[in-house]
Every structure is written in structure tokens, then in C-alpha cells.
Design a protein around this ligand. Sequence first.
Ligand SMILES: *Cc1c(COP(=O)(O)O)cnc(C)c1O
Length: 451
Amino acid sequence: MTDRRRELPSVDRLLREPAIAVLLDTAPRNAVVTAVREALESARSNRAGPPADWAEAVRERLGELTTRSLRPVINATGVVLHTNLGRAPLAAAALDAITAVGGGYSTLEYDLATGSRGHRADHCRGLLAELTGAADGLAVNNAAGALVLALNAVAAGRPVVISRGELIEIGGSFRIPEIMEKSGAALREVGTTNRTHLRDYEGALDGAAAILTVHRSNFAQSGFVASPEPRELAALARGAGIPYLHDVGSGLLLDLAAFGLRGEPSVPEAVAAGADLVLFSGDKLLGGPQAGCIVGSRDAVARCRANPLARALRADKFTLAALEATLALYRDPEAARREIPVLRMLTTDAATLGERAARLAAMMPVEADARTLRGESAVGGGSFPGASLPTTLVSLDPGPLGAHGLALRLRLGEPPVISRVESGRVLLDPRTIASGAMEALATAVAAAFER
Ligand SMILES: *Cc1c(COP(=O)(O)O)cnc(C)c1O
């Protein structure tokens, strides 16, 4: 232990230093005191001892303390459904709905006609049914929760038949076998990793409570593979008098084949194939808030609604407000494609992206040596795993910073910019950059080069 570390000033003495005292003019006292304590703590545990400039050390801590942890960023990666960056940006109508409901009181659980208690589960119910062709619908907190709820509601303590090829992991900590176990249902695996036949399911129905299909969201199987059609499984389940559950994952409500996006099961298709319950996310291809949507037969949805887990997994008022507003846009498919950011970004044509890239490149600082080049964007969020989305990228020369150095500066700037690094250059994909964010992006890049 060196003497220098024992000679640390007191909190009070530091707070009286003029360069630190002025911080109290603009920041709450509690925050400044915490910053001083943390600076002292760091000096105590740091081999180097006290900082050369206490005020500077305290200002730095204060900056960290008063910056929000959850902040907006510019997603320049071109990954449209970037789970780590919050998945779907919301449509203006959804944001308006959140603002309208969040700032005051609402009909969350209130029936205006009778002046008495209403039901939270009634919001989105009609729209979910109308847009998917199902008899009924229910929105909960997220799709993982929807699956736990559905399994618990129809199969607690009993076997659920599922193909070995669908015992998958979907993003961090969501593994079908574990989720099934937690739901209280017993896993009854059939078939093999690559091929499962209708007869495999048929031979496993004795005492089973349900059949479950889980969409292989984030990878594609090809080659010597087989699995029965959803309508065959629905018929088999109906014959056995048990429900058929289909977790389709992404919540695709429109046909995007015209835009080169094929192979993802749509919710209306899954409903039409005869599933008793179809489950999907609100914030993947649907383009709404984080939510888990359950649609299906009146009886099966009623069992979910009545299950105590529905209370534990219930959606909050912001979710319901945003989901209702997003779903309402789908009543006019063209409006949905235009106004729901996820759909707009996925369906932006190559020529428009080329123009945007050229405009962005022209806004870059000279030393960035900005060039445009052809590349690809990704759908992300485990949706359309094999899809290719042609785009035009803006490529920057990072100079002495190196590509990773420039990417780091961009992340630590304001607003933070998340870019791609490839072959020693930093790449920006205009597909996921809102047109209103171009100026801010250009300023952030210039600042990263200047510092
Ligand atoms: C993404 C996904 C989920 C989980 O959805 P969350 O809304 O993130 O909980 C469940 N099942 C499938 C097939 C998925 O693709």
C-alpha cells in the first residue's frame, strides 16, 4: 500500500473544489456525490493512485452515470430485424398510440358502455382474428411466453409430440426442449433430425395431449429432408381429438414473394391449414412491438386466456396500444407495406437503395474516401434465413484508425452508429438507415474521423 493512496481527499473536500462544485449547477447533487465516491473508489483500488485531475475524473464518471443505458442508435448494418438493436422499429401510428395511452388513463381494463371492469385480453382480439382468419386471438408478452402458455394450457403433465428436427435453439436461451419442460408438458420426440413422416407422428399419439410444429426460423434444411404438411398434421390431430399447435415464429401476415422473400410460413396459411393454435412474435416480420400472439379456435384460445400463466405473461398497455395500431395498418396491405418500417425496409427496391447510398457517400468526409459497392442486406430475427436482399453499401477507408478502430469510435459517438467491418473497411448499409437519420449519421462519421 503506497502513501499516495492513503492521502486521498474526502468526499466533502472534493465537492468544495470549484471545478467540481460547478457540476452541481447542472447535475443533481446525488449524481455528483456518487460520481465523486466512484472516482475516489477507483483511485483507491487503482495501482496508479489518484488521478492527475480530480475534476476531470469526476466529470467522466458523472457523464457515465447520467447517460441513459437504453439509448437510440443508428443501425447501419443492414440487418433489418436486429434482435440486439431492438428488432422492429415501430410505425408512426404505433408510436402515436403509445403516446396517447401512456401519458394518461385508458380503457385498458374498462368497459365504457357499462362503466365497469373490462378485459385487457379484449384488445387486439378482434384484429388478430380478422387478419389471420382465426376464430379468436390473444396477445401476451412475447412469443416464447405464448408457447409456454399454450403448452401449459393444453398439455400440462402430458406428452406433446414433436419432430426431432424441430428441437431447435432460437437465439440466446430459447431452446424448445427446455421451454417445453418448463411449460409442464412432456416431450415426445419422433422421427429424425432430417426426416420425420406422418406415420412417425401417428405411431406416437397414444396418450398424447397435442402435436407441436416449430418453424425452423434461423436455419434452412435442404437435401434429404422430409416433414409432413401442416394440414396433414392438423387432420391427424383432429382425428385423434387433440389440438395441433404451430409456432410459426415471425408473424408474417403479407405475401412478400413479389419482393423475392419466399419460404417463410405466413400466419393466415398456418391458420387455414387447420392448426388449433398458431403462435408468433409481434416484433419480427409483423413489425410491431415485442409481443406473443396466439390465434386459433375459440376453445383453444379460451383455454390459454383462462390459464393462470396468462396473467403472469400479460402484455402491458404500451404493447397493446402499439400492437393494435400496427395490426390496424394491415387492413390495407399497401399501407402496411409502406408504413410499417420493417416491411418498408425489406421491400425497398435496389434502385432506391443505390440512390440513397450515393447520397450518403456524398455526405461523408473526404478523408473517408467513401465509395459505393454492391452488397447484401439480411432480414435477421431468424426470418427468411436463406433470403438475399441486394443493396448498395457505402464503404469507408478507416485510415490509421483501422476498420475496427473506426467502428468503435462510431459506436461510442453520439448518436452511436453500428456499422459493418469487412476487408479492412467500414461499411454502411442504407437499407436500415431512416432517411431522417442521414444528417446525424454524416455528422457522427465526421466526428469519428476528427477526434
Ligand atoms: C423468434 C421465435 C420465437 C420467440 O419469439 P420471441 O417473441 O422472441 O419470444 C419462438 N418461436 C420461433 C419459431 C421463433 O422464430
